[in-house]
Ligand binder design. Structure first.
Ligand SMILES: Nc1ncnc2c1ncn2[C@@H]1O[C@H](COP(=O)(O)OP(=O)(O)O)[C@@H](O)[C@H]1O
Ligand SMILES: [Mg+2]
Length: 509
């Protein structure tokens, strides 16, 4: 009789259930694995033989054929070692053991130890959806799997520990997840109250967070651009459970969960270096991995020294900035990873860093400055609603005693503004002002007569384009939401115009 052992495989962000069947027949002792295994799966047999030898497990004699069903889907990774070994033992050691409700994932060491792998959370979700009641994984993956509702998760360090549990000789403790812990407050990487001065930049960050606008900070080295950017995840609304789960899935696939970390609760902050490869940013590879733009999903993607990034790398941002997901296409397959992030960019205003600064004289020629600023592509700049100058602080400002508002206080206002916007857009599938299309901006961003007068005069005096006008309207809408105003008023437009044009000497495009 052939017994089935359940497992799961990874494809992109999703897992799918896999059934492992084992047939032992006459022939020379060898193992053949069929069902579209990749190299890591094919090499399983060497690890399985070695582990079985060291633990003296009764593998069937003769030729063993292992089938991974469904046969038409590619299976990658080393997580099938354990289920294959168990399927080979199903007719002997485990003959009387009920395993139909159990799923198994794990890589074997030659000594029979169990090693964790990437994407365990996604596999656990797939197992649960396929009807699993019990899930057995290597101990280091147990925490992330325990997040999944309706599944008893067991983490084992070795095959012998697992077999003892299955045979009832010695039980393993179930790993549970404490949902209450999600609500525990943790501290942001940089708290707003530690940022001295920079009132304009802080206000810009608050507006950007409230409306989901992208933000560009230009200023001399050491003015606090990176510090400000790092503080932004702490003023964005807290993630809900679904967002945490999705963020954790992406980090799990990339193998970036910290040990014992069950769930990522803070919005991610990703800061890829400008030398990072295209694939590193966008994602891809032989067994497709999420890139930085997906690791930043639900959080902040910070591009420091924006003009240093290659054009091709920045081009890759355009699709996800529109679609909030990235599609990776290869000859044989196509795959989508979510990548809904807030873009924060920082740059020096010129190669030496001091153009426009009253602190130090800029040594760059006008041509060099123009070439430097010209490296940022128009279409990308177009998607950045707020661009501001971050000047260097004076000694007095840096050493000011009074503490500013904390991130938690700012977040409370951001939350309120986002709720107002979400209510307004609930029938349009839009979540925040920053994501409004041109047509919806005109339809939904309504203003009073005084605001209209300011809009008209700025439109003429600033030589605005139609798109520039939409940008001002979206920003004004967010500023009005922060205030709880129903119509956009004069003051809101004036502030938006200030944010749009204060850095005009850098970005007069
Ligand atoms: N507004 C500020 N308040 C407090 N410290 C600041 C401020 N601006 C800069 N600093 C200090 O200067 C350091 C350098 O700032 P950083 O954010 O790296 O500058 P930039 O990215 O603009 O080059 C920070 O780590 C921080 O200690
Ligand atoms: Mg910096």
């Amino acid at each position: 009789m052939i017994r089935k052992i359940h497992s799961a495989a990874l494809w992109g962000l999703d897992g799918f259930a896999v059934t492992v069947e084992c047939y032992a027949g006459p022939g020379l002792p060898r193992m053949e694995i069929i069902g579209l295994p990749d190299t890591a799966v094919k090499e399983s047999q060497e690890r399985i033989w070695a582990a079985a030898m060291s633990l003296k497990l009764p593998l069937p004699r003769g030729r063993i054929t292992v089938n991974l069903a469904p046969a038409d889907r590619k299976k990658q990774g080393s997580g099938f070692d354990l289920p294959i070994l168990l399927s080979a033992l199903a007719g002997t050691l485990l003959a009387g053991t009920e395993l139909s409700d159990a799923f198994f994932i794990g890589e074997l060491g030659l000594d029979g130890s169990l090693r964790g792998g990437n994407g365990a959370l996604c596999l656990a979700l797939a197992a649960r959806d396929a009807g699993a009641k019990r899930l057995f994984v290597p101990k280091e993956n147990a925490a992330e799997c325990s997040v999944v509702d309706g599944l008893c998760v067991y983490g084992a360090e070795s095959v012998s520990e697992l077999l003892d549990h299955l045979l009832g000789t010695k039980k393993i403790e179930q790993v549970t997840f404490d949902r209450e812990r999600i609500l525990e407050n943790s501290r942001p990487a940089v708290d707003f109250k530690d940022i001295k001065g920079q009132e304009l930049a802080k206000r810009a960050a608050e507006i950007a967070a409230a409306g989901g606008h992208n933000l560009l900070l230009a200023g001399p080295p050491g003015s606090g651009k990176s510090m400000l950017a790092k503080a932004i995840p702490g003023i964005l609304p807290r993630m809900d459970f679904e967002e945490m789960l999705e963020t954790t899935k992406i980090h799990s696939i990339a193998g970036m969960l910290r040990e014992g970390e069950a769930l990522i609760r803070e919005r991610p902050f990703r800061s890829p270096h400008h030398t990072m490869s295209f694939v590193g940013l966008a994602g891809g590879g032989a067994s497709p991995q999420p890139g930085e733009i997906s690791l930043a999903h639900n959080g902040v993607l910070f591009l420091d020294e924006l003009p240093e990034f290659e054009k091709r790398s920045l081009e890759v941002l355009r699709q996800p900035l529109e679609d909030r997901q990235v599609t990776i296409t290869r000859a044989a397959w196509k795959l989508t990873f979510p990548s809904d992030f807030m873009l924060v960019c920082a740059m020096n205003p010129c190669p030496c860093g001091y153009f426009g600064s009253d602190q130090k004289k800029c040594t760059c020629t006008p041509v060099a400055i123009e070439r430097y600023l010209g490296k940022i592509s128009g279409p990308l700049l177009d998607r950045i609603d707020i661009r501001i100058e971050v000047p260097a602080l004076s000694f007095e400002e840096l050493n000011a005693r009074q503490a500013g508002e904390s991130s938690e206080e700012v977040r409370a206002r951001v939350d309120r503004a986002r709720q107002i916007a979400a209510e307004r857009y609930k029938d349009y599938g839009v979540r925040c002002n920053g994501a409004l299309s041109g047509a919806l901006t005109k339809k939904l961003c309504r203003y009073d007569d005084k605001a209209e007068a300011v809009l008209r005069s700025s439109f003429v005096s600033r030589h605005m384009s139609a798109r520039g006008l939409d940008r001002i309207l979206r920003l004004s809408r967010t500023i009005a939401d922060l205030e709880g105003a129903e119509l956009i008023g004069e003051a809101h437009v004036l502030e938006a115009v200030q944010f749009r044009f204060s850095s005009e000497k850098f970005f007069n495009r």
